[in-house]
Design a protein around this ligand. Structure first.
Ligand SMILES: Cc1cc2nc3c(=O)[nH]c(=O)nc-3n(C[C@H](O)[C@H](O)[C@H](O)COP(=O)(O)OP(=O)(O)OC[C@H]3O[C@@H](n4cnc5c(N)ncnc54)[C@H](O)[C@@H]3O)c2cc1C
Length: 446
């Protein structure tokens, strides 16, 4: 059995940030990834990220080979395309592979030991504590065991450790498909230039992308990342929807497919506790992506960094369990609270028809200011109530649901502001479930 202080399962975004943070304090950090060394960093993705995420985790500005182009705003378009909301802000269209390699290099430079071709199959648990992992060497077929003091599960949405743990309150081992967006995307080289390469466009359309959206993210003047994400569990195939609805768009005429592929991203609130049995879950394995946009790169960097720091701090503590719990408090403050309240808004959005969406955007039942507030982690303000009531008179049910949404977002935020110590956690977790069930009963048709 090989011994380490910290084992990180997965060398994606969350894993690399966890590696960088923990290797600052410990020389025995091991990162395992099932991929071959050269494949690490590859990820089917929309490749878009807000520049603020790099500042949040104190990473330097990504170098030129990592950034294909820059955005200055995101535009959300109504199903007809007639009504648009613009949220200003700097962002990057990444070369996703180079981005992954850039993070990996930084983790390795800090002294993280990497074992590629190593697929983690299960945790080793002793006395209710994860004390290592079992793995299979993809090349040799050898079964290996690695022991450590703390395991960080950064293995992406499949959650190699998460799904193999015993029951724990709020630990969703196998989420329902409805809690995922199933995506298909292509990177295309265009024949003609895009009009405005600085605009990342998102189209909400319940017909083309049921329960999700489709996107058009330029990566310069003549390259685009275009894709569809649909809510899982509804029987829709995003690849078919892409073929039927997007591949004939005039802008794609005579374009060349550079890369194509599908992927899955969790779009629910993060695990109520990103710590269980002495393991920490960071990135998609802890469901840290933004529930509305599926934007998971930024939150997985935040979660990875927190996980790595806290894991390292716990190494010399008499009561490591107590120290690990700090990861929950830090994460909830940094992103978890925002994500939970955004899940409420997502549930509201997923119930809207195209007519509702068109109407709501035309009448500005939700304003651009609301969107900016939401993207900054603030709740819907629903000010100018009277004005909105008059605007929304023709659709009273949408208006009522919107009011309920704003109210539940506030309630969720309040619960998360009082995130408990371990002793009060089980009751708190139940209150969160109750609040979400209550909201779903209010908003979903019987
Ligand atoms: C189609 C699509 C579009 C997206 N678009 C965007 C976007 O535009 N912007 C954005 O911010 N986010 C986007 N996301 C989400 C974002 O890509 C993810 O949230 C983010 O990459 C999660 O990082 P991670 O490190 O948690 O997981 P991953 O990047 O999935 O990394 C997990 C790593 O663990 C390894 N691994 C898995 N299982 C095992 C195992 N058993 N043993 C060892 N290693 C293992 C994998 O090989 C991989 O290297 C998108 C996702 C999809 C699918």
């Amino acid at each position: 059995m090989q011994k380490h202080d910290i084992i990180i399962v997965g060398a994606g975004t969350a894993g690399c940030l966890a590696g960088m943070a923990s290797a600052e304090h410990s020389s025995k950090v091991l990162m395992l990834d099932c991929k071959d060394f050269k494949e690490i960093g590859k990820k089917v993705c929309g490749d878009a990220i807000g520049a603020h995420h790099f500042k949040n985790v104190k990473l330097k500005t990504p170098p030129n080979n990592v950034v294909r182009s820059k955005f200055n705003a995101i535009v959300v378009c109504s199903p007809s395309g007639k009504h648009v909301y613009k949220v200003e802000g700097e962002g990057y269209a990444l070369n996703r592979y180079e981005f992954g390699r850039w993070l990996l290099d930084q983790a390795l430079d800090k002294g993280v030991e990497l074992k590629p071709n190593t697929k983690v199959t299960s945790p080793i648990i002793e006395k209710d504590r994860v004390v290592g992992v079992r793995a299979l060497n993809n090349k040799t077929g050898e079964v290996q065991s690695f022991s450590c003091k703390v395991v960080i599960d950064a293995s992406g949405w499949t959650g190699a450790i998460r799904r193999a743990l015993p029951e724990f309150p709020g630990l969703v081992k196998e989420p329902e498909w409805a809690d995922f967006d199933i995506c298909y995307r292509e990177i295309r080289k265009l024949r003609n230039s895009v009009n405005d390469p600085g605009l990342a466009k998102i189209y909400v359309d319940a017909r083309i992308a049921p329960g999700g959206y489709w996107w058009f993210f330029p990566q310069g003047e003549d390259l685009v990342n275009i894709g569809i994400g649909v809510q899982g569990g509804r029987g829709n195939d995003p690849k078919n929807l892409f073929r039927e609805n997007l591949s004939n768009l005039p802008i794609l005429k005579d374009s060349e497919v550079i890369d194509a592929g599908g992927g899955v991203v969790p779009t629910r609130r993060s695990l109520h506790s990103i710590v269980a049995f002495g393991a920490i879950f960071a990135g998609d394995s802890g469901f840290t992506a933004n529930p509305i946009s599926g934007g998971g790169i930024g939150p997985s960097m935040i979660a990875g960094k927190i996980a790595g720091n806290v894991a390292a701090q716990s190494l010399n503590e008499e009561d490591p369990k107590k120290t690990l719990w700090k990861a929950n408090k830090e994460y909830v403050k940094a992103y978890g609270m925002k994500a939970a309240s955004l899940e409420i808004f997502k549930i509201f959005l997923q119930e809207l028809s195209n007519d509702d969406l068109e109407f709501g955007m035309e009448k500005k039942l939700i304003t651009e200011a609301d969107l900016t507030r939401l993207s900054n982690g603030k709740n819907l303000s629903i000010k100018e109530k009277a004005v909105r009531i008059i605007r929304g008179l023709r659709r009273p049910s949408v208006l009522m649901h919107l009011a309920a949404t704003a109210s539940y977002m506030r309630k969720v935020k309040k619960l998360y502001e009082n995130y408990p110590d371990e002793e009060g956690y089980e009751d708190w977790s139940k209150s969160v479930y109750d609040l979400f069930s209550d909201f779903k009963r209010k908003i979903k048709p019987n």
